[in-house]
Design a binder for this molecule. Structure first.
Ligand SMILES: Cc1ncc(COP(=O)(O)O)c(C=O)c1O
Length: 386
């Protein structure tokens, strides 16, 4: 008996749709609609008083729910719009014109992050981008070799979005700290589907968002910063909410707040925070360890099915090396994915990778079989049409 299946009733889209796109957009919890109504009611009835009655500290209060999922302590995680904003804020804590100006990353990092590193080159950042020989893995030894006494920051994904390869964050942090560098881990593709423990890793920064495995919808990114670093960090991508006395509206320079408000900037996207909470609560109740155990079983089944059908799997096969999704090299992947969506089977396609399939705790094994059957039928019709 799969205990986690009792959550299916909480996700209305599952009634009509084979929803295996949880690495891209997690299903909406039923209670999210109530939470959005609550936002509207509060605004409508309480007006400006809503700020002091709860809205003001929501970026940290909601961040605390995330903190429990990623192993952060209370008050150590703040909400932002997305990873791009959080990453820009992290980069703005460094002086890239200093002697220690190297940023180590890998070629499979998420494009937003790579774009930002590239644009920082004009400000003195030297970017060392470790290549991936197979497009799936980043060789750990190559990455560790790049970290040296000139390195200010190592910025990597915990789970690679393109291949679901899991990187060894603890080993990277150990090397970086011994070289005097910091580490920022993007946990977008892991938080909610596999254990993440920012304090056990001793990582300096972690970024992520809620659209995928956390079932929190768009607009609710997050940023964790190691507490003992707070006094020494002065983010340049700042704003009035990061001031120790924001309502003094005093002139520059900013006097940073001593708590995590230091890592906020402007007015937070309050509706997105209302909408995000239900997903976090459900993930906490379901339990990440249990979710991971099921995910490993289901991604294992997908690998078996792909191999039986003779399709290449473009993700690591060893359970410890793979995250929550499996990427399949199916011919005509783009066309097949489009047709599957028309038939109410949701997966996605990434150029250069393949069809990504990401089951979550509410999916059944039968849905994996149904998907597989549908891929075969769709493929026959697509091949016949070309
Ligand atoms: C690893 C990773 N980082 C970041 C993002 C998205 O970044 P943003 O929150 O800025 O949209 C994604 C989304 O696909 C991702 O997989």
């Amino acid at each position: 008996m799969d205990e986690l299946l009792r959550w299916r009733a909480e996700f209305p889209i599952l009634e009509r749709t084979v929803h295996l796109i949880n690495h891209s957009l997690g299903a909406m919890p039923r209670r999210t609609r109530d939470r959005l109504n609550e936002f509207a009611d509060v605004w409508q009835t309480r007006g400006i008083r809503a700020w002091e009655e709860g809205w003001w500290d929501m970026p940290v209060r909601v961040g605390d729910l995330i903190g429990r999922i990623i192993g952060a302590g209370p008050g150590e995680t703040v909400m932002h719009q997305n990873v791009s904003v959080a990453n820009a804020l992290v980069l703005s804590c460094f002086d890239w014109s200093a002697k220690r100006n190297k940023l180590v990353t890998d070629s499979l990092n998420f494009p937003s992050n790579l774009y930002q590193f590239h644009e920082h080159a004009g400000q003195g950042m030297r970017v060392a981008r470790v290549p991936s020989p197979d497009g799936i893995r980043v060789p750990l030894d190559r990455l560790l070799d790049e970290i040296d006494g000139q390195t200010a920051l190592v910025s990597i994904s915990h789970v690679i979005f393109r291949s679901a390869f899991v990187q060894d964050i603890a080993a990277i942090v150990e090397k970086a700290h011994s070289a005097g560098a910091m580490v920022c881990a993007d946990v977008y593709q892991s938080a909610g589907v596999m254990p993440v423990d920012v304090r056990a890793w001793d990582v300096d920064f972690a970024t992520g968002g809620s659209v995928k495995w956390l079932c929190g919808g768009p607009g609710a990114g997050f940023l964790y910063v190691r507490r003992d670093l707070w006094p020494s960090l002065r983010p340049k991508a700042t704003g009035w909410m990061a001031h120790r006395e924001p309502f003094a509206f005093s002139g520059e320079p900013i006097e940073y707040a001593e708590d995590a408000f230091r890592f906020l900037n402007g007015t937070p996207g309050i509706p997105a925070l209302y909408s995000a909470m239900s997903g976090y609560e459900i993930i906490l109740e379901a339990g990440v360890e249990r979710i991971r155990a099921k995910s490993v079983t289901q991604t294992g089944l997908l690998i078996e099915m792909a191999e039986e059908a003779g399709f290449r799997v473009v993700s690591p096969k060893a359970p410890a090396e793979r995250g929550g999704s499996i990427i399949l090299d199916v011919p005509h992947g783009y066309e097949v994915t489009k047709e599957l969506a028309r038939r109410n089977f949701l997966v996605d396609f990434r150029p250069g990778a393949g069809i990504r399939v990401g089951p979550h705790f509410y999916n059944t094994n039968e849905e994996l079989q149904l998907l597989w059957r549908e891929i075969r039928t769709v493929l026959e019709s697509v091949v016949a049409a070309v």
